[in-house]
Design a protein around this ligand. Structure first.
Ligand SMILES: Nc1ncnc2c1ncn2[C@@H]1O[C@H](COP(=O)(O)OP(=O)(O)O)[C@@H](O)[C@H]1O
Ligand SMILES: [Mg+2]
Length: 236
């Protein structure tokens, strides 16, 4: 329960990843009250201000393009990419319709790479999968409506980076107190060799064509065997 609560709140997941020293996009977060917005600094001090002034604070801290996300959401709902202050204002207002807590992140350049993890104490990491979204980023439509979005298994990145990502996936899963299973999502920049964590999904897509089971299938663990394994872990 704790792991899912953390993972489903993007801001709190970020705070834990920081503590675990796992690289991630630079970010700030804000909250909306009835009239205004509240900027929350690294030490949890709050400053209430108008949207215009809050955008100015964000602009002084982060570079465009930025991703604006409701802290509690999923399937890319409420998420937009902002290229300037006008976008930023509009996108914060939009995100606030889904959650009063809003995360603003710098854009990360790299391949979208995902790893399945499985286990309670002895956690195993699968091979990696790569997402090639059909749009500028992996939006709701690119995920569920656009068949031009592709899953590449195994991901086309070198062995050294692959092993690093797999280790980080287990570390991140343990850092949020994960048990059972999760899909850990990253951005991997092959030019700089940087690996950024994006998020952990503690209830990943689980149809027969979803990334989570497909990664295990590629490693030789069939869908039904995976279910047996999950039931065993749950019983333990
Ligand atoms: N900081 C970022 N840099 C680059 N792309 C991003 C960033 N954050 C999100 N994205 C893009 O937006 C998509 C959805 O964001 P994500 O945080 O994964 O939300 P959700 O929980 O809805 O899946 C990602 O799959 C990726 O394509
Ligand atoms: Mg995601």
């Amino acid at each position: 329960m704790l792991a899912s609560s953390i993972a489903m709140d993007k801001v709190y997941a970020k705070i834990i990843f920081d503590k675990a020293k796992i690289k991630q996009s630079k970010y700030v977060y804000i909250r909306k009250n009835e009239k205004n917005y509240i900027y929350i600094d690294e030490n949890f001090n709050e400053k209430e201000d108008t949207l215009d002034n809050i955008c100015q604070i964000i602009y002084n801290k982060l570079k465009f393009p930025m991703f604006i996300k409701p802290s509690n959401s999923g399937s890319s709902v409420g998420i937009n990419k902002s290229n300037n202050i006008e976008d930023l204002k509009k996108h914060i207002d939009y995100a606030s319709k889904f959650d009063s807590k809003i995360l603003i992140e710098e854009n990360v350049v790299g391949k979208e790479i995902e790893c399945s993890v499985l286990g309670n104490e002895d956690v195993k990491a699968s091979c990696l999968g790569e997402i090639r979204p059909a749009e500028d980023f992996y939006t709701f439509d690119a995920k569920y409506k656009n068949s031009e979005s592709k899953l590449i298994i195994p991901a086309d990145i070198n062995k050294e980076l692959t092993n690093k990502v797999r280790k980080l996936a287990i570390k991140a899963f343990k850092a949020i107190s994960g048990k059972g299973f999760a899909r850990v999502d990253f951005f991997v920049n092959e030019k700089t060799n940087d690996i950024y964590i994006n998020e952990i999904n503690t209830l990943p897509g689980f149809t027969e064509i979803s990334m989570y089971p497909k990664l295990w299938e590629n490693d030789g663990l069939e869908y039904s065997e995976l279910l047996d394994e999950l039931i065993k872990l749950a019983l333990t």
